[in-house]
Structure formats: structure tokens, C-alpha cells
Design a protein. Structure first.
Length: 281
């Protein structure tokens, strides 16, 4: 990795992602560190940053729309019986330090701050690994610890009254092309079938690239997938799908997502093979 605020992630010496630690963003975008651009080994970009349709979508990172009423996702807040509402409730994720930095990954400490108070402390571990000549894996773990004296609850628009909108957690805003990407799991296909479903892995395939997302722990695999393909291409893992998630004082929630980044359009067998290689101990 090189640079102070924008280290470059490399696989076998090739740059595959830039990590921005201290972005200069408007408060309503919920400023936070992010990976962008992320590319395939052939150099095809597979992320978007602040696109016109959703200015608060920032490549790859962690974003949560409701932490005890504070917005760490960006944009409007969904208010029950009112709908999306512009509120002055945005938080920020602040880079504190790198515990480890190597060309192929890092361990970072972040502080989640809102209204002048630190709510959560995060330890983020990111590693890039070569799988084949045309595929690599991004291993992304985040651990959130409640540093307040009271329980914190994590919610989503779904838990606040908007069905089907359980976004919040790990989120990847993918490359938008002229046609919507194909989305599938081992036994389902299409946004209506995979959105909100639980599956060991989920693939998003564009014109010349495929992303395969996999929960790499048993607890992570229990979170349903949040999927968009028609409106925009994006995939996330839902922390608060059916009900608010409670984090007690000093407790820590941990999630680990491994994403295969491949050149070409993979089928289900190809996706499953690469996931096994990426997630194996």
C-alpha cells in the first residue's frame, strides 16, 4: 500500500482497489472510509462512487441507516408513517489508526460519531488474495463495539415500516451498465427471488465481470441479502432485517463477507468453485 489517505490494495503486485480513509464529503452523505475504485485483475472497475442516482453510495464499505436514530448511511431517513425525510441526523465514521498495513490488506480502527458522541468503535480487517489468473477475493471483516453506557439498537427502513428495505451493514455499490446485471444464488435467480433471501453465496454478473458475495461465518450467513439490480446494481448483507439489532454496552457484533472479483461472466458452478477456494481455511 502507498499513500497516507488513499492506500492502494494490491494482488500479486497489481492494484485492485483504492481505500480512502479521510474523505471530504458533505455531512448528509454520512462521511466514511470506502474502497473505490475496485477492479478485476484485468482492470475493469466494479464499483461506483457517489453516482447521480444515490450520491451517498460510496463504493465498498459499511453503512447503517439507523444507529439509535443516527444515520450512518447517508441521504434521507425513513420515518415511520412519514416516509423518506431529510433530517439533520447524520453520523460519520472516522479513521483513527491502522494497526497493520501491507500491500495486500490492513487492519484499521474507526470511530462512529454522531451528535458529538462516539457510539461505536470499529475494528476493520481487509485482505486481498489471488484465486486464479482471472479472479481474486476481498476478505472484509468488521467488528462494532458499543462504547456507550447504554444499549444501542441498529435498525433499517424495513424495521421502521418500509417493507423490503432492510439495508444496512456491508454494502457494495456495483458498476452500472446499459443492462441490469444478472443476480443468482445456487438455487435462485433474479432480484425478486434473491432479495431478502438467506444463501451461502450470491453472484452479480455484469457484461464482463462477476462478483460473488459469501458470508464467511455462520452468524454472517444468517443475515439475509439486500439486492438491487433494476434500479441500480448493489448488494449488501442486512444487519436488521426483521427487527432491530440490540448491542449491549461493551458488546461487539462481528460480520465477515468474502467477495470474489472475477473477470468474465461466471455460471453457478464457477461461482461456487471460486467461493469454496476463497472461504476455505
Amino acid at each position: 500500500m502507498t499513500g497516507t489517505d488513499s492506500p492502494v490494495l494490491r494482488v500479486a503486485g497489481r492494484p485492485v482497489g483504492r481505500y480512502v480513509t479521510r474523505p471530504e464529503l458533505a455531512p448528509r452523505l454520512s462521511p466514511r472510509p470506502y474502497l473505490h475504485p475496485v477492479t478485476t485483475l484485468a482492470g475493469t472497475a466494479v464499483t461506483e462512487f457517489s453516482p447521480a442516482d444515490h450520491l451517498h453510495h460510496l463504493g465498498v464499505g459499511v453503512a447503517v441507516p439507523d444507529v439509535e436514530g443516527h444515520n450512518f448511511w447517508g441521504g434521507r431517513t425513513y420515518v415511520r408513517d412519514q416516509g423518506p425525510t431529510e433530517l439533520d441526523n447524520h453520523g460519520a465514521q472516522r479513521h483513527a489508526a491502522f494497526q497493520l498495513r501491507d500491500p495486500d490488506g490492513f487492519v484499521e480502527e474507526l470511530r462512529w460519531v454522531a451528535a458529538g458522541t462516539e457510539l461505536l468503535r470499529e475494528r476493520r480487517t481487509v485482505a486481498a488474495t489471488e484465486l486464479t489468473a482471472t479472479a481474486w477475493a476481498l476478505d472484509f471483516t468488521f467488528s462494532l463495539t458499543n462504547v456507550t453506557p447504554d444499549p444501542l439498537t441498529i435498525g433499517s427502513p424495513a424495521t421502521n415500516g418500509r417493507p423490503g428495505a432492510a439495508y444496512g451493514g456491508f454494502f457494495w455499490r456495483a458498476r452500472k451498465e446499459s443492462a441490469a446485471p444478472r443476480v443468482f444464488t445456487a438455487d435462485r435467480e433474479g432480484e425478486p427471488e434473491v432479495h431478502g433471501a438467506r444463501a451461502d453465496w450470491l453472484a452479480l454478473a455484469g457484461d464482463t465481470w462477476t462478483l460473488v458475495f459469501a458470508g464467511a461465518t455462520e452468524r454472517t450467513r444468517r443475515d439475509p441479502w439486500f439486492v438491487r439490480t433494476e434500479e441500480y446494481p448493489g448488494v449488501g448483507s442486512s444487519l436488521a432485517h426483521d427487527e432491530r439489532l440490540v448491542v449491549a454496552p461493551d458488546d461487539t457484533l462481528v460480520r465477515r463477507i468474502v467477495t470474489v472479483v472475477a473477470d468474465g461472466r461466471l455460471d453457478a458452478d464457477g461461482a461456487a468453485t471460486l467461493v469454496r477456494k476463497a472461504v476455505s481455511p
